[in-house]
Design a protein around this ligand. Structure first.
Ligand SMILES: Cc1cc2nc3c(=O)[nH]c(=O)nc-3n(C[C@H](O)[C@H](O)[C@H](O)COP(=O)(O)OP(=O)(O)OC[C@H]3O[C@@H](n4cnc5c(N)ncnc54)[C@H](O)[C@@H]3O)c2cc1C
Length: 201
């Protein structure tokens, strides 16, 4: 429990920020950068063309290691975390569960579980991780961890015996050995804000 903090719905936050950008900002989604030329201008290449920028702020977490900066090489451990979310609880299941109707807990131990009750009365269980050196997801891990999430759920919520998960997903993040992120200049016109250590915004 950290006093003065608040719980946000991350998808709503990200979409809300994207919808609130000032008119002089253009957002390119689904535009994977595959090559960069550094110099007076930074040229970012993608499948359909290129983007030229005066300044670059690299904020792509573990993937930042692959953008050609020796000071970032081997500083970040690329891992994936896994989460599952149940179907909405029925009114009688909500009564069995009791307590507040909306809450979230995050673990002080990084290998613990994040657990949330959402506004539409689903329970979210987040635990387990994998090492993904190439930055790509591992589908077999997703399969394996659904049953682990179910076990965690059953242990913690024995009053909800018939609740199954409706969604399971994974997401990438970066860890460093000393728990510090990278924040600062990488080259002329290039800055980095990288290696989240799972600490969110
Ligand atoms: C399952 C899961 C649960 C989590 N739960 C919590 C929680 O409860 N609370 C909390 O505070 N934090 C949580 N986190 C951690 C939080 O999500 C991260 O710390 C946060 O998203 C890091 O933000 P970021 O912007 O630094 O990096 P990211 O969110 O990782 O964003 C990096 C972006 O760079 C993009 N990118 C990478 N390479 C390229 C490329 N070549 N070209 C273009 N784009 C590229 C990626 O597509 C991605 O959109 C969780 C993470 C996961 C995976």
């Amino acid at each position: 429990f950290t006093p003065g903090t608040m719980l946000v719905q991350p998808s709503a936050l990200v979409k809300g920020l994207a919808d609130s950008l000032p008119s002089n900002v253009t957002l390119y989604e689904n535009t994977a950068i595959t090559e960069v030329e550094y110099g007076d201008k930074v040229v970012l290449k993608h499948d359909l063309g290129q983007i030229t920028a005066d300044k670059l702020i690299l904020a792509n977490n573990a993937f930042g290691q692959r953008f050609g900066f020796s000071q970032l090489k081997r500083t970040m451990l690329p891992v994936f975390l896994y989460a599952s979310m149940t179907r909405p609880l029925t009114p009688s299941e909500q009564a069995e569960l009791g307590g507040k109707d909306f809450w979230g807990v995050i673990p002080s131990d990084p290998f613990g579980s994040t657990v949330r009750r959402t506004h539409d009365n689903r329970i979210l269980m987040r635990n387990s991780f994998s090492f993904n050196p190439n930055g790509k997801p591992k589908p077999h891990c997703l399969e394996r961890f659904i049953s682990k999430h179910q076990r965690s759920f059953d242990n913690r919520f024995p009053m909800l015996p018939d609740v199954n998960f409706e969604y399971t997903w994974s997401g990438s993040l970066a860890l460093s050995q000393n728990h510090k992120g990278f924040f600062g200049q990488l080259a002329p016109n290039v800055y980095g804000a990288l290696c989240c250590n799972g600490l969110g915004i």
